[in-house]
Design a protein around this ligand. Structure first.
Ligand SMILES: Nc1ncnc2c1ncn2[C@@H]1O[C@H](COP(=O)(O)OP(=O)(O)OP(=O)(O)O)[C@@H](O)[C@H]1O
Ligand SMILES: [Mg+2]
Length: 411
């Protein structure tokens, strides 16, 4: 296993902003946030590098700021990978238990996982994660920890996450050009789930929905495991564009108005509330009803959530979301998004911000930091020898701890 690092750095290269978070691992297994660096994202769109030089500069800026606030030098980061080019699917590995006594050993589990990984991938794609969901021993399913059990046939169900090899390499190359090594890459939904979801939510069934700048990424957890990941090609920036067009105001002003006065559910806005809107071409600012703004935003919010609902239904998980939906990402900060989502899904909805950390936790307690903080938490758990996903937690809680260590060796 890798040497334990005292300082763990998470880097989230988003479409809107680049965030570097420095965490300090304490001796008692604690994690404190000690540094935060942020820069506007230039040259990267939906996880794909479109301008290398600009991207490198933005990354450098975020890293420099994080170094300054933390007072430590950063040479390695754990990198969140955008969900936009990610395709994930469920797979299964089956092996015969090898030993004479038919007792399942680590080697059997390793072979089952290898078998589950052995799928033909389209060219240009690579495996990012192989996440075990549960095991089947002979006919008995839903087993979290099969080690030491007796049987003749061992099956493992896994979620295989794949990404575009070149997109990943290009982002890693930008980080390297900024003088920083990448220790590992983590799917952004998986990272965000570390910082904003509770164990109970993951057990009972929940959808994590990250409304970013360019896209809305989601992941569905049930029985402690990741079952489905997907992307809806509409994000927070679409709201801004709608405002710019609808109110005829420049994009930067539209962004400001959205953050200051925006509301995604028009019935929440009083009819006589007003706001000031900058005009294009040097004309004087105008005063307008705030209701008009929310009438521009509401259809976009409805579009995102209807598309999301279609995706969830198509994947067959509409009955699995017993803990409802957790909204995160910068777009989740828009007033009224949780309320409109509640109307559309008829499920419990909450906003998710990072929790369970110390240090500068107040400064990162915003949905916009879910991914960057999540990467640090993921790396911290990984370093503690735990695979950052519970193997059938709850019923299998105690054995799971041992098993997580085991998976860490394999994957
Ligand atoms: N207070 C706010 N109110 C409304 N929207 C906001 C607020 N703060 C940020 N946003 C929006 O959130 C979006 C950016 O979210 P986030 O920072 O999570 O994106 P990102 O991670 O850079 O992008 P992506 O994940 O799509 O690559 C932008 O569209 C921004 O306008
Ligand atoms: Mg993001």
């Amino acid at each position: 296993m890798a040497r334990k690092e005292r300082y763990l750095v998470g880097l989230d290269v988003g479409t809107s902003k680049i965030t570097a978070i420095v965490g300090e691992a304490g001796d008692e297994g604690t994690l404190d946030i000690i540094g935060i660096g942020m820069a506007d994202s230039k040259g990267i769109r939906r996880g794909v590098v479109v301008n290398l030089e600009a991207a490198v500069e933005s990354i450098k800026k975020a890293i420099d700021e994080a170094e300054l606030t933390a007072g430590v030098e950063i040479d390695t980061v754990h990198l969140a990978l955008s969900g936009a080019h990610v395709k994930a699917f469920n797979s299964r590995g089956v092996v015969a238990v090898a030993g004479k006594t038919r007792e399942i050993t680590r080697e059997d589990v390793r072979r089952a996982l290898e078998a589950a990984k052995a799928v033909a991938l389209p060219s240009g794609r690579e495996i990012l994660h192989v996440l075990p969901q549960d095991f089947v021993v002979d006919e008995q399913d839903g087993i979290g920890a099969p080690l030491g059990m007796t049987g003749s046939r061992l099956e493992v169900n896994v979620h295989v996450v794949t990404g575009s090899a070149s997109s990943t390499q290009n982002v890693v190359a930008c980080v390297n050009r900024a003088g920083i090594a990448v220790a590992e890459t983590v799917l952004e939904q998986l990272a965000a789930s570390e910082s904003v979801l509770t164990q109970d939510e993951k057990e009972l069934g929940v959808a994590l929905v990250d409304i970013g700048g360019g896209t809305t990424d989601f992941a569905i957890f049930e029985r402690g495991s990741l079952w489905h990941t997907g992307v809806v090609a509409v994000g927070g920036d679409h709201f801004t564009n709608d405002i710019a067009v609808g109110l005829r105001t420049p994009i930067p002003d539209a962004e400001k108005i959205k953050r200051r006065c925006g509301c995604a559910l028009s019935s929440m806005v009083d009819e006589d509330e007003t706001m000031e809107v900058a005009s294009v071409g040097g004309r004087k600012p105008r005063v307008m009803a705030r209701r008009i703004l929310s009438e521009i935003l509401q259809p976009r919010a409805e579009e995102i959530f209807h598309l999301l609902w279609d995706e969830i239904r198509r994947a067959g998980f509409e009955k699995s979301l017993n803990s409802g939906i957790v909204l995160t990402g910068g777009g989740a900060m828009l007033e009224g998004v949780a309320e409109i989502a509640e109307q559309i899904f008829d499920l419990p909805i909450r906003r998710g911000a990072p929790s369970g950390i110390g240090g500068l936790s107040d400064h990162v307690a915003s949905p916009a930091f879910a991914t960057a903080v999540g990467v640090v938490m993921y790396a911290h758990r990984n370093q503690a020898g735990e695979l950052p996903r519970p193997v059938g937690a709850g019923a299998f809680g105690r054995v799971a701890g041992r098993l997580r260590g085991l998976f860490k060796e394999f994957l």
